[in-house]
Ligand binder design. Structure first.
Ligand code: G1P
Length: 298
């Protein structure tokens, strides 16, 4: 049976971003930039590359800058046009969304990732859909979600991006219990959200890319409050295994940055600057000189 095409994606962006206070006091963390693009733009570009045409944002109070970001900016565009700045107008083109292609839903209470995703239930209908967590930025030759959509055409079921992490970090993640390891695709027999290192079933962690079916959203009504006192997406996906339906982990090609943490965000900033055509030469000189000066001073 052909699996249905994935054309909708949910972007949970309701979080408070407390790890970046005071920066996130007045701007959503998803608007923070890596070099010259906000985190949310990386997520949208990846979704578009994977064939997504409908974008659903689960937001909260204080996130209106996100809505403005994806809107046309008539004054700015008129002024760029008057000055003949075609290159800048082209850059803005990427930030536009067709009317009707984008929807915003508010999560009124911070009840966890599972609850946030379930807020979009009615917009999903009966199609498979993707979930992208914009904090997880993945640099890859072929965008991660595109790799997953191709793998999903073979597997169906529910699929999560997966990556091995160090044992001391495992308690920050959803973790997979592996039934069989078939190379890049892993058949999953259990999932635990944020286990302690001694209880973790493996060191294969869930990374913020998912392809799910509406059945996962149906499961949400019977999911108990889980790790951290929140309704967890991991627990709703794990219920698919209890129902005898397929759940798969997908080891993607690419480098993932945890932009929800200061260290990960800074690492991504350096890596993206070193890869940026306008910056890479001067920036790599700068870094080399800085490292050499630090070594000399030691
Ligand atoms: C969320 C998920 C977790 C996943 C992680 C990946 O956790 O709940 O299963 O491993 O994203 O980044 P959070 O980082 O929001 O606490």
């Amino acid at each position: 049976m052909m699996n249905r095409k994935v054309t909708k994606a949910i972007f949970p962006v309701a979080g408070l971003g407390t790890r970046f206070l005071p920066a996130t006091k007045s701007i959503p963390k998803e608007i923070m930039t890596l070099v010259d693009r906000p985190l949310i733009q990386y997520a949208i570009d990846e979704a578009r590359a994977a064939g997504i045409t409908e974008f659903i944002f689960v937001t909260s109070r204080g996130k209106s800058a996100l809505e403005d970001y994806f809107d046309h900016a008539p004054d700015l565009e008129a002024s760029l046009r008057a000055k003949g700045k075609k290159d800048l107008l082209n850059i803005l083109e990427n930030t536009h969304m067709d009317s009707g292609a984008i929807a915003y839903i508010r999560q009124h209470k911070a009840k966890g990732l599972g609850h946030a995703v379930s807020c979009a239930h009615r917009l999903i209908g009966d199609e498979p859909f993707a979930v992208i967590l914009p904090d997880d930025v993945i640099a890859a030759e072929r965008p991660c979600l595109q790799q997953m959509v191709e793998a999903y055409e073979e597997t169906g079921g529910a699929m999560v991006a997966a990556m091995e992490v160090a044992p001391e970090q495992i308690s920050s993640y959803g973790v997979l219990a592996v039934a069989s390891d078939i190379g890049r695709v892993v058949k999953v027999k259990g999932m635990v959200e944020k286990p302690t290192a001694d209880k973790a079933p493996s060191n294969l962690a869930v990374i913020g890319r998912y392809i799910l079916t509406p059945k996962v959203l149906d499961n949400m009504s019977s999911v108990d409050v889980g790790a951290g006192g929140e309704i967890q997406l991991t627990d709703a996906i794990a219920k698919e295994i209890d129902h005898g339906r397929g759940v798969y982990g997908f080891r993607f090609d690419g480098k993932r940055y945890d932009c929800g943490s200061k260290a990960g965000y800074l690492q991504a900033t350096v890596a993206f600057a070193l890869a940026h055509p306008d910056l890479k030469d001067s920036f790599s000189n700068y870094i080399e000189n800085m490292v050499a000066a630090r070594r000399a001073a030691q």
